[in-house]
Design a protein around this ligand. Structure first.
Ligand code: SF4
Length: 505
């Protein structure tokens, strides 16, 4: 279907004359065409995405074939990046309740409301898709308000895995995306292709790269990832941490008991451990998930196992683009800040009465417990509370920023198109704090904070083993479908919009 809003008079004439306007050549009708590159942050793989622009307006999506992460591929979610820019429902002006207001009015209203609450009654929550600069400014705001009630929001399984990623493991090394291709053995925990489908090309490359290469998948279901497996360990649901602990402990483990708990034959666990360890090169890939138990311990044993399997590397993929950056900065900048589950409990018990929520779709219906909320969003809430303030939010595509992806790479997308009424979270917080917004200085400060690394945590291995031995298998659950939206409520909006507009009928 041709979107006429994107076409020049010349193109319209072509259509009127019955001449075809093929998708790939529409740029020739634009007065000032160019292709600009950015990055997709719908998951922490961070594929390159390109936009065909006319002047400073991004009109169409393109594929970044030179991007070494995705080689021009995008998953279904990645395609929605263009719609985030041009969606008709995008919030472009601040709102108090259902009333559109000027920025000044919205900001004075927020400041006046915040004064009604004690510091411990205030909270801040930040999307794990936010930039490092957003996180740094949010931390500054928390300190100025005198509250430690600040946390990143996101997939609860990811946040649990993030806590586990901080457990100290000597010799643990993070893998790069490119190193996955060069592996002769992959050990994959969970269905990574639901989260980051573009990785399928790399997994395929390992599987068919060389005779004898191994792809070992630990998952209770025959998932799309398991479909690639040369060995599929079909464990009982929730026992992934236990399987990994058994692989770490080898003969020292109570394999008979573990076999009973996991539903896997002891020999299968031993063989998988030996195959992974004996491969000259290999990577352990972890995809956290709600149907797993103790994602933190899975991450912990994954790190030990990779390090002890001939010094192999491991990588965890998160479902939000900047889980690593946002959490690391909050850890460093607000010592002893609340973890997300703690924040939720405080909201439910009315200990926290007022929240600043930076990013789309966070906290869900938990806000009904609150007396005041100010939130930045891409899309207006359809039924806001009377005193709720909504501020239009810029994404990485129109707002830029820096982000830390799953393998520790920094992405620094340059805005491809003007912000058109929206602002980044960092700009919004500067306005609330009434401080000057200096992008370069802020970027340097956020980088300095990240350079310190996340605050490490200690765990006793014997304690961890005791904890995994106590895990009971959960009920069976069907495998997730690869075309689903990866638990990302934001992209569902695009889908439903297209459905309503009849594009998918
Ligand atoms: S795999 Fe992740 S980063 Fe790549 S296009 Fe899909 S959602 Fe975006």
């Amino acid at each position: 279907m041709v979107n006429k809003a994107n076409l020049t008079r010349a193109a319209e004439n072509d259509i009127l004359m019955g001449r075809a306007v093929p998708y790939v050549s529409r740029m020739k009708y634009w007065s000032n065409p160019s292709v600009k590159k950015s990055v997709c942050l719908f998951c922490s793989l961070g594929c390159g995405v390109a936009f065909r622009c006319d002047g400073d307006q991004a009109k169409e999506l393109d594929y970044d074939k030179e991007n070494p992460v995705c080689n021009g591929a995008l998953c279904p979610r990645g395609h929605y990046n263009i719609e985030l820019l041009n969606h008709p429902g995008r919030l472009m002006t601040p709102m108090i309740g259902k009333r559109a207001v000027a920025w000044d009015e919205a900001l004075s209203f927020i400041l006046q409301e915040l004064k009604q609450f004690k510091p411990e009654e205030l909270g801040i929550v930040l999307s794990s898709n936010a930039s490092n600069e957003d996180a740094y400014m949010a931390a500054k705001l928390a300190r100025s308000l005198g509250t430690k009630n600040i946390s990143a929001a996101g997939d609860p399984a990811d946040l649990e895995a993030w806590l586990g990623s901080k457990y100290e493991v000597p010799g643990a090394q993070l893998s790069s995306i490119e190193e996955i291709d060069n592996s002769e053995a992959l050990l994959i925990v969970g269905d990574i292709l639901v989260r980051s489908p573009v990785l399928s090309q790399r997994i395929n490359k390992v599987k068919y790269g060389k005779r004898g290469n191994k792809v070992i998948v630990i998952d209770p279901n025959k998932t799309h990832t398991a479909w690639f497996a040369t060995t599929h360990l079909k464990n009982r649901p929730g026992t992934e941490a236990l399987v990994l602990a058994a692989m770490v402990l080898g003969k020292e483990a109570d394999l008979a008991r573990i076999s009973e708990l996991t539903g896997l034959p002891a020999q299968a666990i031993e063989k998988a451990a030996s195959d992974f360890s004996s491969a000259p090169t290999g990577t352990l890939i972890f995809s956290p998930g709600a149907n797993k138990e103790r994602n933190d311990l899975i991450g912990y044993f994954a790190k030990i196992l990779a390090a002890r399997s001939g010094g192999k590397k491991q990588i965890t993929f998160y479902s939000f683009g900047n889980t690593l950056g946002v959490n690391s900065i909050l850890d460093r900048e607000v010592e002893g800040h609340a973890a997300y589950p703690e924040l939720i409990k405080k909201i439910e018990s009315a200990e926290i009465k007022s929240m600043i929520m930076l990013g789309e779709i966070i906290l869900g219906n938990k806000i009904r417990h609150l007396k005041f909320t100010a939130k930045s969003r891409f899309f207006a809430d359809e039924s806001p509370y009377e005193t709720e303030v909504q501020l239009p939010l810029a994404s990485q595509i129109d707002g830029g920023g820096t982000y830390i992806l799953a393998d520790g790479r920094q992405a620094a997308p340059v805005p491809v198109t003007p912000q058109a009424g929206a602002k980044t979270n960092a700009e919004i917080v500067s306005l609330i704090m009434n401080t000057e917004f200096d992008r370069d200085k802020l970027q340097a400060e956020a980088a300095a904070s990240l350079a310190k690394g996340p605050v490490q945590a200690k765990i006793d291995q014997r304690e961890a083993v005791k904890e995994v031995m106590a895990i009971k298998a959960g009920p069976d659950r069907p495998a997730e479908n690869i075309t689903h939206f990866g638990n990302n409520d934001l992209v569902k909006r695009f889908f439903w919009y297209r459905l309503k507009a009849g594009e998918l009928s």
